[in-house]
Design a protein around this ligand. Structure first.
Ligand code: KPL
Length: 316
């Protein structure tokens, strides 16, 4: 069994930590909260069943167990400061899971190739309290090794293309710890081309999160026909930015997620309600910046980026 360190005991971090421990793995939580320093109790509620377990806490990465695998379940904007704080060895396996793209790419590029893994999940969970997660919807997850995504998308790259998969080499070697992670929160699929999944999830979040947040309503509000032009424009712009994608397929996936999560208040709306920073800069903001770089029009994504930023500026 591997040694796992989970960072971010938010809604999803809690689910993975509890699942890994239940699967028999050794799990440590990294936390900078003073009240956690002697240990932490995490709780999951699913279908009226409540389950709690205790975890040891480390407050500095130097106290991490040997050969630990780090599961970084933090928001996109927290990732770069976290990695700077942790100062982990470049050979440390890092699993990254957040909404959006472009977070800490420059830092993650300095890791030894094959040590950064992206985890994409459709499980729905809310934080009932800081250490209590409500598992609202069963989903599935995909994990794969990150490959040269940003080599094609950095402004310095003279051969920059808007087909993000054009030059990247999927990594197929499944890590030894995969089964352990898969047992924690099934089903988890090994995805050699995780970049494709990340873009699909990006499109889902770019479409649902800002529109539902501006509507101040659960995702199901977007079934209203009046949102059809916005949803289509978002998907078309994303498919123009990344020509490996098909706008109709993205739109179909977006509509399916809207149907399946109709009763959910999306993570961005939860952030805005709590006056927290949202992940908009890594969602529609990312698309808007990519559009500018590639000279592709992304008006609707840029409009939504601006509108959510305005909401954030209005926090008291
Ligand atoms: O990932 C989500 C989020 O809220 O961030 C969706 C899929 C939109 C579900 O609410």
């Amino acid at each position: 069994m591997a040694n796992w360190v989970v960072v971010g005991s938010g809604a999803l971090g809690t689910l993975w930590a509890l699942g890994l421990q239940q699967a028999g793995a050794s799990v440590t939580i990294y936390s900078r909260h003073v009240e956690d320093s002697d240990g932490i109790t995490l709780t999951r509620t699913f279908d009226d069943h409540k389950y709690s377990a205790d975890f040891p806490v480390i407050t500095t990465s130097t106290n991490a167990p040997d050969n630990a695998i780090w599961l970084l379940m933090v928001k996109a904007w927290q990732l770069a400061p976290l990695l700077k704080e942790l100062q982990l060895d470049v050979n440390t396996p890092l699993i990254v899971s957040h909404n959006g793209m472009g977070a800490a790419d420059d830092i993650l590029q300095t890791q030894t190739p094959g040590t950064v893994f992206d985890l994409v999940t459709t499980h729905g969970a809310w934080r009932q309290q800081r250490t209590h997660s409500y598992h609202a919807g069963l989903g599935q997850s995909w994990i794969g090794a990150r490959h040269s995504v940003t080599e094609n998308t950095t402004p310095d790259n003279a051969n920059a293309s808007n087909n993000i998969d054009a030059h990247s080499q999927p990594v197929d070697r499944i890590p030894t710890w995969f089964d352990e992670l898969a047992a924690a929160l099934p089903p988890l699929h090994w995805q050699p081309n995780i970049t494709e999944k990340r873009w699909e999830k990006l499109a889902i979040n770019c479409a649902i999160n800002p529109l539902a947040t501006l509507a101040e309503a659960a995702n199901g509000v977007l079934r209203d026909e009046s949102y059809a032009p916005n949803l289509r424009a978002i998907c078309e712009e994303i498919a123009n930015v990344n020509t490996a994608l098909d706008a109709d397929e993205l739109l179909e996936q977006v509509r399916e997620v809207i149907r399946n999560t109709a009763g959910n208040r999306c993570s961005m709306l939860q952030d805005v309600d709590a006056k927290r920073r949202t992940e908009i800069d890594y969602l529609n903001g990312f698309i808007c910046r990519e559009g500018e770089r590639l000279l592709v029009a992304t008006r609707e994504n840029c409009r939504l980026w601006e509108a959510i930023q305005a909401r954030e500026r209005a926090y008291e």
